[in-house]
Design a protein around this ligand. Structure first.
Ligand code: SF4
Length: 213
């Protein structure tokens, strides 16, 4: 089954997801770091602890200890406080202006983000796609699991799989934005760890290779 066929079937089944769930691009970046190794509900608690203080200026000025306390519900809060400081420091070079950052080439931004401590490829590609309007395909556990079960050969390396997908999906911000969100939705609804194939929109063409990947 072609990737765009998967995309169209998922879109038809679940509808537009309108991601990322954040009020501002900066909040999106913060959420992308807070969501590392934790459930989204914990991120929501941490974000709500900021109240109306969630701005780069605040994160720059607040002490690491206070920041860690605010984001405690997200887990690994000391490490994540350092990471929030680091991404804010990166954003400072664009004067905290998302429009300025968006003027820069996507590959350059990706390299810069990967140089930020604690930002790995999945986090970088999420920020690029959902905050910086630069479409890069986000490869997460769900992507690997679903594509493997459908019948794809899955290379081990992150970028190998990303590039393989990107070769077959038109580099369009809207599609990349929706496709990743649809994969997450599908992994929660049907293609869970123990899959529920009944009523799955991909059922007719899936090889159902149910070995965890
Ligand atoms: S048919 Fe089953 S294994 Fe295949 S994508 Fe759907 S839920 Fe996953």
């Amino acid at each position: 089954m072609k990737l765009m066929e998967i995309y169209n079937l998922l879109l038809k089944a679940y509808g537009k997801r309108n991601w990322w769930p954040a009020k501002t691009p900066f909040e999106m970046m913060i959420g992308a770091i807070l969501t590392q190794n934790t459930a989204w509900t914990n991120v929501e608690k941490a974000i709500s602890n900021f109240g109306d203080r969630l701005s780069p200026e605040f994160i720059d000025a607040v002490s690491k200890e206070e920041l860690a306390e605010i984001i405690r519900p997200s887990g690994y809060y000391n490490q994540k406080a350092n990471r929030l400081k680091a991404i804010t420091e990166w954003f400072k070079k664009y004067s905290y202006d998302i429009k300025k950052a968006r003027q820069v080439d996507g590959k350059v931004l990706r390299k810069e983000l990967l140089d930020v401590k604690g930002v790995g490829k999945e986090t970088a590609d999420s920020i690029l796609t959902y905050a910086l309007d630069k479409p890069f395909f986000i490869v997460d556990t769900y992507t690997r699991r679903i594509l493997y079960r459908i019948g794809y050969d899955i290379p081990k390396g992150y970028d190998e799989l990303r590039l393989k997908i990107e070769e077959n999906v038109p580099r369009d911000l809207y599609i990349y934005n929706e496709f990743h969100a649809l994969i997450v939705e599908h992994a929660k609804n049907h293609c869970k760890k123990v899959p529920n194939c009944e009523g799955c929109p991909l059922d007719a063409k899936c090889q159902k290779r149910i070995i965890d990947k």
